[in-house]
Write a protein that binds this ligand. Sequence first.
Ligand code: ADP
Length: 169
Amino acid sequence: SLAARRPLRSSSRFFAVTQAVERSYIMIKPDGVQRGLVGEIITRFEQKGFSLKGLKLFQAPKELAEEHYTELQEKPFYPELVKYIVSGPVVGMVWEGPGVIASARKLIGATNPLNAEPGTIRGDFGIQSGRNVIHGSDSPENGEREIALWFKEGELVEWTRTIKPWIIE
Ligand code: ADP
């Protein structure tokens, strides 16, 4: 068929160009900060090519931690999860780029570090779901919800990485 004879290059190019620019809320959890993984984790996102639009170290208020995980309210681990998130400082970040939501979740790895592939953040640095080092938004809608929850307007910075044309077509 015609489709079968279409060069691979043009179809992969099609997908690359139409990938939506998204924003993900990435949070290094208290264990990640205490264990000194902040630099390592930021490096992985920078080297992948995404753009950092917001970054801060803070102690999460209980109310915001509860709101952040509101979808998990009924889970048996919810109270422990909220305690974990407020147990020490966290690093909250906004990363932007084409397909960043799914891509960040690949960099992060499966929720349970036992199932996370080596090479992923949780696969390399975690053992249990209750200490899995990092959060990443699971959809563009949740990304925007979480960014609005954790960041004020003036805390995000509009800028363009000058290297961008070497990363994105
Ligand atoms: P993810 O963070 O991978 O999107 P979920 O949204 O399902 O995963 O869960 C949110 C967080 O709740 C997880 O990152 C983890 O810290 C915690 N969690 C999930 N499942 C468990 C579990 N079975 N036991 C303890 N903590 C859990």
